[in-house]
Design a protein around this ligand. Structure first.
Ligand SMILES: [Zn+2]
Length: 423
């Protein structure tokens, strides 16, 4: 018996090392878009012999292919390896107040499906959404299998709802009126009842948006930051914190809920129960109300009203000017507080405040590291409304890569360990 046990452990260890190395090679190609075998060797520290075996296995399983493109490396032109679309498509469902969007991409990044369903689930039982989501996922599974011979393994449901640390349970949500429950598990059960097999996980939209903006920054050539604070200043004001390439979720999934940090202890009462939260001064709704533009929001839409606010503030018209000035000041205070606690070296501002980076930097509040080259860089977000979907797809692709060994062996994926990019 002892020999069997030792033997089994040895096999398990070599299997997990092999799984790890398969993921390592794929992550490198995902990060770089393409690379030669020798570049993969130097980036991963694996021997040429090991890389050849791993690449052959990944090619056989349909995860990578040679692009046919030759690129010069150190004076020699070498064949490039790229991700292949022959296996494992990734999909996200984006739940918004009045719509559900389904987006599916091949493993190599080609967009296969992108459809928006005008459905408003606010105030409706969560079971209605569960059935609707399961139906969409099951239909997508069937469609991918029939039209392309592809098997959908995992789907991320991206929503404003906070996701608990075990990745599928969700906190109660006031906008939709849903209780604390495991929405991911309910959707999975319903997908299985229909005859589908996808693993379904819940993802927070601010975490996905922050992830996409962080990846976009690195792809543009910025040095990979250690700590990234992402703030979305549009309602509901939120954010995310990415540390060493991992999304910091917090035990309740509410980490970086920067809209609800207290700016004024004597301020008016916020929906969260505290007084004087940032969102009461810098949230878009609050700005419009205080500037007398709520009616314009209702008649002409939020973008027209925001443009009008910016115009009035620029020509010094009150109360627009003072209201916007104060929002800029308070956002700056919130950033400084976050930096004091987290010591991030990169801050990305999404939403309407992204147009006010210079104003944020110009706020005089004594010593700061914000905007100091080489210490803390400050950027405007670039992806806008697409950030949550782009980040969701990228994180799902990362999850497939993390589990490539299990997928090749045909094992089912455990939703509680699917998103390993999260702490
Ligand atoms: Zn609050």
């Amino acid at each position: 018996m002892p020999q069997v046990s030792v033997h089994t452990t040895g096999r398990l260890n070599s299997r997990s090392v092999r799984d790890h190395n398969l993921s390592l090679v794929l992550h490198e190609l995902h990060r770089r878009f393409s690379a030669s075998r020798s570049l993969v060797c130097s980036a991963t520290g694996l021997t040429p012999g090991a890389v050849t075996l791993l690449v052959n296995e990944l090619m056989k399983a349909g995860f990578i292919e040679t692009s046919g493109m030759l690129e010069a490396e150190g004076g020699r032109r070498k064949k490039q390896l790229v991700l292949s679309g022959r296996t494992c498509p990734v999909a996200v469902l984006l739940l918004r107040p009045a719509s559900v969007r389904l987006v599916c991409e091949s493993f190599s990044g080609e967009r296969l499906v992108d459809e928006v369903h005008r459905r408003d689930f606010r105030g409706r039982p969560v079971e209605d959404f569960v059935s609707f989501a399961a139906e969409l996922i099951y239909t997508l599974e069937r469609r991918l299998a029939k039209e392309r011979g592809l098997e959908l393994k995992a789907v991320g449901v991206v929503s404003p709802i906070a996701v608990l640390a075990h990745q599928t349970g969700t906190l109660p949500n006031a906008d939709f009126g849903w209780p604390m429950m495991d929405i991911g598990a309910s959707i999975r059960t319903e997908v299985q009842r229909l005859g589908g097999a996808s693993t379904v996980v819940m993802m927070n939209d601010a975490n996905c948006a922050g992830w996409a903006e962080y990846r976009a920054l690195v792809q543009k050539g910025a040095e990979d930051p250690h700590g990234v604070i992402f703030i979305d200043t549009d309602d509901p004001m939120g954010g995310s914190f990415i540390f060493d390439g991992k999304v910091y979720n917090g035990a309740l999934g509410t980490a970086m809920g920067i809209g609800h940090i207290q700016i004024n202890a004597e301020g008016e009462r916020c929906v969260c129960g505290k007084r004087g939260c940032l969102t009461l001064y810098a949230g878009r709704d609050a700005l419009m109300r205080r500037s007398g533009l709520t009616e314009l929001v209702n008649t002409s839409g939020p973008d027209t009203a925001l443009a009008e606010l910016e115009r009035r503030a620029k020509v010094g018209e009150e109360p627009a000017r003072e209201t916007l000035d104060r929002a800029v000041r308070y956002v700056r205070i919130a950033i400084e507080n976050a930096l004091t606690l987290l010591v991030a070296d990169c801050v990305i501002i999404g939403g309407y405040m992204g147009a006010h980076l210079d104003d944020i930097l110009a706020v005089d509040n004594g010593f700061t590291s914000l905007g100091v080259p080489g210490v803390t860089s400050l950027h405007a977000a670039v992806l806008g409304d697409e950030a949550a979907v782009a980040g969701g797809l990228s994180r799902m692709r990362g999850a497939v890569i993390d589990h490539v060994g299990e997928i090749i062996r045909g094992e089912s994926l455990d939703p509680s360990t699917l998103l390993q990019d999260t702490v």
